[in-house]
Design a protein around this ligand. Structure first.
Ligand code: PRT
Ligand code: ZN
Length: 295
């Protein structure tokens, strides 16, 4: 029997996305062999090798087809793609972690009444292409000053009046006497795939990997709901179930006219939903996590 061809998946070696990327792959059932400091690791039970690299290199590797897949922040990906119109990748899934925003910020003393306030100003950033696009789309002319780190210091050093940087809690801006004035991009980690043609024998492995990752993402949001209800309430109740497709409805033993409703809800189930279900006549409502799912 010939061995299955191995795929290459690029993940951040060490940084904010590293542990979360590994967690996602583990949840997808991939057993990763080596420790954190290696440059590559073999997955024991699936024909995939992980490549541990700087996040900035991930779009390059995937676009060039050196790695078939990669996990990277949308901010890094967009900055790369704007500089490489011939880039060959597609976004397969938004992964729901590494959430942050690329924000314009300035000191409290600077007035801001919308993008026009940026006209003629200097903006320091590590994302010059994204900032340039933001300005161009709004017809504003400003000077973009590229910095590779410590962007928050630019106003204090009088390098620029505005900065455009990644913000998550806002603590770094606050510590530097800056406030957010505008949003440029919402970001999170995404799974990307090369658009270079794959060898036919790799396609099936790719599909299997994707199905597993999609399964993990689906279970994160999904819940299994069980409840009981009288027949007359069924229509209203099933319409209230968030993202549920064709619930299972079973007669309750010894309670004529009453049914058990089971459904997979593919959206978050909030307390408000449970209250609405109760009001509509549901009783014994149970909401359970789903461990694995393959659609
Ligand atoms: O070494 P390598 O090049 O691989 O890593 P890196 O240092 O370039 O990136 P890293 O590990 O810092 O971040 C990886 C990705 O995580 C980013 O590209 C974003 O997609 C995402 N992410 C999520 C963040 C943040 N949150 C974040 N808060 N990236 C950076 N920050 C920084 C930000 O630059 C600023 O300095 O955190 C500071 C602000 O945080 P708050 O919480 O004070 O607002
Ligand atoms: Zn980086």
């Amino acid at each position: 029997m010939t061995a299955l061809p191995r795929l290459h998946l690029a993940v951040q070696k060490s940084g904010r996305l590293s542990d979360l990327s590994r967690d996602l792959l583990r949840d997808a059932g991939l057993r990763i062999q080596h420790g954190k400091n290696d440059l590559a690791a073999r997955v024991e039970n699936f024909p995939v090798d992980l490549m541990f690299v700087r996040d900035d290199d991930i779009p390059v590797f995937v676009s060039d087809g050196v790695c078939e897949f990669g996990i990277v922040g949308l901010n890094v990906l967009e900055e790369f793609a704007l500089g490489r119109p011939d880039a060959r990748f597609e976004i397969i899934a938004r992964l729901g972690f590494g959430r942050c925003g690329l924000r314009l910020a300035a000191s409290d003393r600077i007035a801001y009444g919308g993008p026009q306030s940026l006209a003629g100003a200097r903006i320091a950033t590590s994302y010059p292409r994204i900032v340039k696009r933001f300005l161009d789309e709004r017809g504003v002319e400003a000077t973009v000053v590229e910095m590779n780190g410590a962007v928050e210091l630019a106003p204090r050093l009088q390098i620029a009046t505005f900065i455009c940087d990644i913000v998550s809690t806002g603590a770094t801006l606050e510590a530097n006497g800056l406030r957010v004035v505008d949003s440029v991009l919402e970001s999170e980690a995404v799974l990307i795939r090369t658009s270079k043609p794959l060898a036919p024998e790799k396609l099936e492995v790719c599909e299997n990997l994707l199905r597993r990752i999609e399964g993990v993402l689906a279970t994160k949001e999904s819940k299994y709901i069980m409840l009981n209800a009288a027949e007359r309430a069924l229509e209203r109740i099933t319409s209230l179930l968030p993202g549920a497709d064709a619930p299972t409805i079973l007669p309750l033993h010894g309670r004529p006219g009453h049914y058990a409703v089971h459904a997979v809800c593919q959206e978050s189930v909030f307390w408000e939903t449970l209250q609405q279900l109760k009001k509509a006549g549901a009783s014994a409502i149970l909401v359970m996590p789903i461990e694995k799912m393959m659609m």
